[in-house]
Design a protein around this ligand. Sequence first.
Ligand code: PNS
Length: 159
Amino acid sequence: MERIVIYPGTFDPITLGHLDVIQRAASLFDKVIVSVLVNASKAPLFTKEERMEMIRETVKDYKHVEVDEFDGLLVEYAKKKNAIAIIRGLRAISDFEYEFQMALMNRKISDGITTVFLMPHEKYTYLNSTIVRELARLHADVSEFVPKSVVKKLSQKFA
Ligand code: PNS
């Protein structure tokens, strides 16, 4: 049986920290579906299409990585995709409480799906999409933190 996993998130935009998690997941499982949450309560900087396009561009050389979108309950979507697990990145203890709550709630509402936490390289510990957006808004160089296609998109947004 093909071991499929879902890597869900807002990806506003995808960072090198996300990419690190995707690479780790791809080395462990047969297929990784990177799934962009559509109807989040937060208003993203990039449209869903832009976020998906940036991810597609970033993972285009990875054979077993797909890009998709989802709406509604993550566990329902994961079941529909025949996924065995949800992947989440854990950078620091500060991530833990929120992630722990989500993982346990997801397990409570759907017992068949496990959350697997992967730790990106420690050089990405301080990195997240919010900080990247803030830096780009202030015209700082973000090329160390996001894939090339994202650097371009960010500078267009804040031109
Ligand atoms: O990148 P993010 O914003 O940290 O990702 C959060 C995400 C998309 C994983 C989370 O908000 C989510 O799963 N939303 C879908 C709705 C859902 O299933 N909620 C119940 C979680 S306990």
